[in-house]
Design a protein around this ligand. Structure first.
Ligand code: CTP
Length: 400
């Protein structure tokens, strides 16, 4: 039976982009019901969405129902998926607080289908703690979010807040609407974020890892039915709902925690940016500068454990291990060396200097290199899609 997707469109300049999404979903024979807030109708006429979706656009809680008796309840009962895109800060706040004062917010409260929220707003609004708290609250309630893209915003500011590409939203809707449950019964551990090595009570050494790639893998694995342990160093991201979350600080602690779970896992993925060195003598008190006499401050470093290599030495038969290779030169060659040194089944190689790849970036350009020599180069894609491609490869290996 054809699926029905309801799209709640709220008042952002990005509203016009959703027209294309409706058209793509319709081409897949998906029934699309568009609901607009009053703000959204200021940017694009409901007639545009009506023409593309082929059905009445719902804007008014009090409009006479053509198809259902109590329209907002009727819709909530009939839809398979609810997408809120673009989602304004105001609408997210209403959702987080259970406010139901227009058609769309009423449907949101009555809805029991999976719901994906795609925020789009000014970057300072997005970063605002109130907005972030509301997002966190909704994630805890089980709502799914897509992070906005970074770039030039309509307000002229460069920052995070753009609606993600429509193709990426379309892929994500499909993934959630037709979830594959091919990791049911499997236990997957992934590490993420940057490790931190203390210098003194106030300073530490970290790196550019944000955690995004590892968190996307955790999210994808949960969606596909796995039991997921996310071992995370420092990251500003919210752990996906449903994961077992282990927060760690340094590489040694990350290694210890992962060793505890190692033997019970079917799949281990190393996506963390693990610092290779730690400070030999951590100062007990804050190191003071010596007013011009400390221009050659020397920190003695010791090598950290190589976590994947350590886990690789105790790899169980049928256990699948995956690593990343962050390279700046000779990408494939260096990645192959790491693949064999760490006893991995495949490695995800990326040139971190390429535009649209690597750290602090929403996209990645990677090549999957298998122990069997199989190489698959993927185009630039969102980290969500890279995570899906990695899990697809894991599933292929499980089945082989
Ligand atoms: N890794 C790890 N423990 C470390 C360092 C890296 O488990 N101490 C893992 C990373 O999570 C990644 C893979 O090993 O999955 C490769 O990490 P990368 O930083 O690319 O390489 P390194 O092994 O650290 O080697 P180098 O820094 O010399 O390139």
């Amino acid at each position: 039976m054809a699926k029905t997707v309801a799209i709640g469109v709220t008042g952002s300049i990005a509203v016009y982009k959703i027209v294309d999404l409706v058209s793509k979903l319709k081409k897949d024979d998906i029934e699309v019901v568009v609901m607009m807030t009053e703000g959204a109708t200021k940017f694009v006429s409901p007639l545009t969405f009506k023409t593309i979706s082929g059905r009445e656009v719902l804007t008014d809680l009090w409009q006479e129902s053509q198809e259902w008796k109590v329209q907002h309840i009727g819709i909530a009962e009939q839809i398979d998926f609810l997408l809120i895109a673009p989602a304004t800060a105001n609408f997210i706040a209403k959702m987080a607080h259970g406010i139901a004062d227009d058609f769309l917010s009423t449907v949101v409260l009555a809805n029991t289908a999976p719901c994906l929220i795609v925020p789009a707003m000014n970057s300072n609004m997005y970063k605002n703690s109130v907005v972030q708290d509301n997002i966190k609250k909704l994630i805890d309630y089980g709502y799914k979010f897509m992070d906005p893209d970074s770039g030039l915003l309509a307000c002229g500011v460069i920052g995070q807040g753009r609606l993600p590409e429509i193709d990426d939203i379309y892929t994500q809707v499909n993934r959630l609407l037709f979830p594959k449950k091919d990791l049911l019964g499997k236990r997957l551990m992934v590490n993420a974020g940057t490790t931190c090595e203390d210098i003194d009570p106030v300073r530490f050494i970290a790196n550019r890892g944000t955690g995004k790639m590892g968190y996307c893998i955790a999210q994808e694995a949960i969606a596909r039915g796995a039991e997921v342990i996310l071992v995370s160093g420092k990251s500003h991201l919210e752990p996906p709902a449903g994961v077992k979350f282990e927060s760690v600080w340094g590489a040694e602690e990350m290694c210890r925690v992962m060793l505890d779970y190692q033997s019970s896992c079917d799949i281990i993925i190393g996506a963390a940016a693990v610092g290779d060195f730690r400070i030999v003598n951590i100062a007990e008190e804050k190191i003071k500068k010596m007013d011009g006499h400390s221009e050659k401050m020397i920190l003695e470093l010791a090598e950290n454990p190589d976590i994947l290599k350590t886990l690789g030495t105790m790899k169980r038969s049928h256990q699948i291990m995956v690593g990343f290779a962050a390279e700046t030169q000779n990408v494939l060659e260096n990645a192959r060396i790491k693949l064999s040194k760490k006893n991995l089944d495949f490695i995800v190689a990326n040139d971190v200097t390429a535009e649209g790849a690597g750290f602090a970036c929403d996209t990645n350009i990677v090549t999957l290199i298998g122990r069997d020599g199989k190489i698959k180069s993927l185009p630039k894609m969102s980290k969500e899609d890279v995570a899906a491609a990695i899990i697809d490869r894991v599933v292929e290996l499980i089945k082989s």
